[in-house]
Design a protein around this ligand. Structure first.
Ligand SMILES: [Zn+2]
Length: 62
């Protein structure tokens, strides 16, 4: 398997998911993968980062 997760972290209360792929995939496959990651990174802004209940991004917390 040439899929390697390089980093998973939180930034500004949202998910960041970084990965590496070998270049043996079609552009379409790679684009779909990036779309999936982007979707869940965006969705992470709609839930509480502590408990997972519905929430919203806040900038008033440290
Ligand atoms: Zn919560």
């Amino acid at each position: 398997m040439d899929f390697e997760v390089s980093q998973v972290k939180e930034k500004f209360g949202t998910l960041r998911f970084y990965f590496h792929l070998a270049e043996s995939h079609t552009r379409e496959f790679t684009d779909q993968l990036y779309d999936i990651v982007r979707l869940w990174e965006e969705r992470s802004a709609t839930v509480c980062e502590k408990c997972g209940n519905p929430g919203e991004q806040r900038t008033d917390l440290p």
